[in-house]
Design a protein around this ligand. Structure first.
Ligand SMILES: Nc1nc2c(ncn2[C@@H]2O[C@H](COP(=O)(O)OP(=O)(O)OP(=O)(O)O)[C@@H](O)[C@H]2O)c(=O)[nH]1
Ligand SMILES: [Mg+2]
Length: 322
């Protein structure tokens, strides 16, 4: 029996029957959505392309504008951008899915370079990077830049990758790979979750530089503090779920380094005075070292659990394929 992978690779190479679905999540984007759809229609991709708008209950004219533009519009069932994106993928049978925000901040002129590596079978997910690209001054707030850097560094540390923009909302996927990604995010955590899941599953991720402009029209739906905290929490848990020992070892190192401060006082007193006078330092350093050791043990146990799970996943996938 021919495997799905080889089927797909053949399709990707022939280019003829490949379909691309451009998914736009919207929530009150009447000021920008019409221009965005028209630009997509005018952009000539070498394969058949359609647009699917998934609306989160806009109170303005977004839905009417989309309908007038003759594109498919669906109302999302659940709440949040992440839920919308996951739901939208269920509604399409296209080979390639592209996500682009409806606020006109991402440039349609980059569409070709985002889709092409997948058409050429050079990547499974392509992410438009605003950081390595050309972001208009003031288009990304300082807080978002710092948060983005922190998330990229965590992902790159965990997965030995070279991601520069894990929060980008402009990305293309081979729809097939969606089956393997465990995505729970309901809101703006969806992008980091997609990035980590794709990398952790061993898929090829490629970043291409893109243009990014300032948001015009309706205000942002992203709350940098609340959503930033949610993204950090999601990222921490996914990373712990992928390589727990790596992260728990970091905690161990932290506790040992901090524990060295009171411990050095104890050692100093013992050497210079011949006896230990500061008992609080003894208690504190012992507590810190024991906590560090406990973190390491928790890391080892978690690593065992994760490895057993991976073995099970491997067997399930292997049995499913042959
Ligand atoms: N369907 C749906 N779309 C949403 C929801 N929340 C936001 N969106 C859309 O998702 C896209 C990204 O949201 P933005 O508010 O632009 O968030 P952002 O791009 O991270 O933040 P900015 O850089 O400030 O624009 C936009 O097209 C929104 O209209 C939602 O709950 N449901
Ligand atoms: Mg935006």
């Amino acid at each position: 029996m021919k495997s799905l992978e080889s089927d797909n690779a053949q399709k990707m190479h022939s280019k003829k029957e490949i379909r691309v679905e451009i998914i736009i999540p919207t929530l009150n984007e009447e000021d920008t959505i019409e221009k965005l759809i028209q630009e997509i229609k005018n952009e000539k991709l070498p394969v058949s392309t359609s647009v699917l708008v998934i609306d989160g209950g806009s109170k303005d004219n977004t839905v009417d504008i989309c309908k007038k533009q003759n594109v498919r519009v669906i109302k999302q069932k659940g709440k949040g951008k992440g839920t919308a994106m996951r739901e939208a993928v269920e509604y399409t049978d296209a080979d390639i899915v592209v996500f682009i925000d409806g606020d006109g901040t991402y440039s349609v002129s980059n569409l070709q370079s985002i889709v092409e590596p997948i058409l050429l079978d050079k990547a499974d997910m392509v992410v438009g990077s605003r950081i390595s690209g050309d972001a208009e001054k003031g288009s990304i707030s300082q807080l978002n830049i710092i948060g983005n850097k922190l998330f990229n560094k965590t992902i790159n540390f965990a997965l030995k990758s070279k991601v520069t923009d894990s929060l980008s909302g402009y990305r293309a996927f081979r729809r097939e790979i969606f089956r393997d990604l465990i995505l729970f995010s309901t809101n703006f955590e969806i992008e980091v979750e997609m990035t980590v899941e794709t990398l952790a599953n061993g898929y090829r991720v490629l970043e291409v530089p893109i243009r990014y402009s300032k948001r015009k029209g309706a205000p942002t739906k992203l709350n940098p503090t609340i959503d930033g905290a949610k993204i950090a929490k999601t990222l921490l848990f996914i990373c712990l779920n992928v390589y727990p020992l790596k992260f728990f070892s970091l905690f161990t190192l932290g506790f040992v380094i901090i524990g060295m401060i009171p411990a050095s006082q104890v050692i100093f007193e013992k050497i210079t005075l011949g006896e230990v006078l500061s008992f609080p330092s003894v208690v504190l350093s012992t507590l810190l070292f024991v906590t560090g050791a406990l973190c390491f043990v928790v890391g080892l146990v978690s690593e065992l659990v994760v490895r057993s799970r991976k073995r099970l996943e491997y067997i399930l996938k292997r049995d499913h394929r042959y």
